[in-house]
Design a protein. Sequence first.
Length: 465
Amino acid sequence: MIPPPIQRGMTVLNRELFRREVSVIGVRVPTSLTAKFLKVLNKELFNQPKLRNVVNDPESNLSKVILMNLNVQSLDLDNLSSEAKDLIKKEGLGVIKHSIELKYDYWGVDDIIKAILPEGSESPSSFTQVGHIAHVNLRDEFHPWKYIIGQVILDKIPNIQTVVNKTDIIDSTYRFFKMEILAGENNMIAEVKESNCRFRFDFSQVYWNSRLHTEHDRLVKMFKKGECICDVFAGVGPFAVPSAKKGCIVYANDLNPTSYKYLLENISLNKVNNKIYPYNLDGRNFIKKAVKDLEKNINIVDQTKMAKPMDIVTNTSSKFRTFNHFIMNLPATAIEFLDAFKGLYKDQESLIKNPRADLPMIHCYCFSKSEAPETEIIERINSIISYSMQVDEYKIHFVRKVAPNKDMFCVSFRLSKEVAFLAKESKKSVDIITGILPHKNEISVFETSNEQKLISKRRKIEGED
């Protein structure tokens, strides 16, 4: 592509400075023979994005001008192939100079930004689109040009009305990043379509990442119609709403009152009011309450008449039910909430003898900076749940790279009976794997659980992306 004029150091966008006149050699041909000569001269043509290589002849309505590539800069047709020269000479075709004026509108975001930034700089033009909002994540080195970068994106990308940048400030309570508006309207209420659902939310007050749509779909595909899903950190509903549309019964929770507000709105928008039970609680409290509430809702089967009884929930009696899946999508801290599952079903220990009463699958999201992430993640989980999972008891799915040394994963495992029915921790507890009392010189799992939790907290990776 023909580059724009270099404007190093510009911090306030001046579109008029992005003009360039390009001189092109053209061959005048009869209009009726244009197609023939285009085929013959195919390798010599002026082929530039968004520009025509055949233009009207300014001197005659009976002919067109076929433009040659930029390597041809003289009327003597230097740098044109001898075959093309011979044809033009044989047919007696005229050769002229044609001028093309390029303006700001011609170039794309990358072209303009590269012309402004210091030489050798990468173009920080990538962004995530959330409805009408373009969300950039600019490094500090680009901050002197942040407003001009925002304006160029606003100018060039269709349907974008607002450009925002993620700041380094994280809301300490609800863990969303503060946003600064770089260009466009101060309108942060976004509406997006994902997984055949509509979502509306205030992008400045809740967490939403459009890059996770394939992960949302991956998990929801695992769920069967009629299953019971417990979404512990539901946000505005990217897992909960599609699951409900699929025919699942969903208990969805978020501590952020703004997320909860838009969760309610999205439930109504997608007409799944009879499939989702919304909560606005702390994650640990919600896990315990949801289990009790599900047990009370013995008429839940009536809401899913199309599902087979065995598909609806796992149960051993008409008055006891378990969730099929727990979703824990809060990567920075979700692992720490796994302690809520210790003894969660201790009052129903008789279920351990019933093969129909499979305990729930847990899908826990997390970050890792380790060179051996699987080992590091499983150690963290084991320290929280006071149980040593074996390799065949879990699956780790790589979700995405968040930063050069930071990856996001989803660990899926079935809640073990040892954890679910744990009565209480004791220094002289039987080893949860072997059933043997620890030797007096050995440190039991339970004796070190508090220390391990502290280690886990130190390892905690801050800052969701």
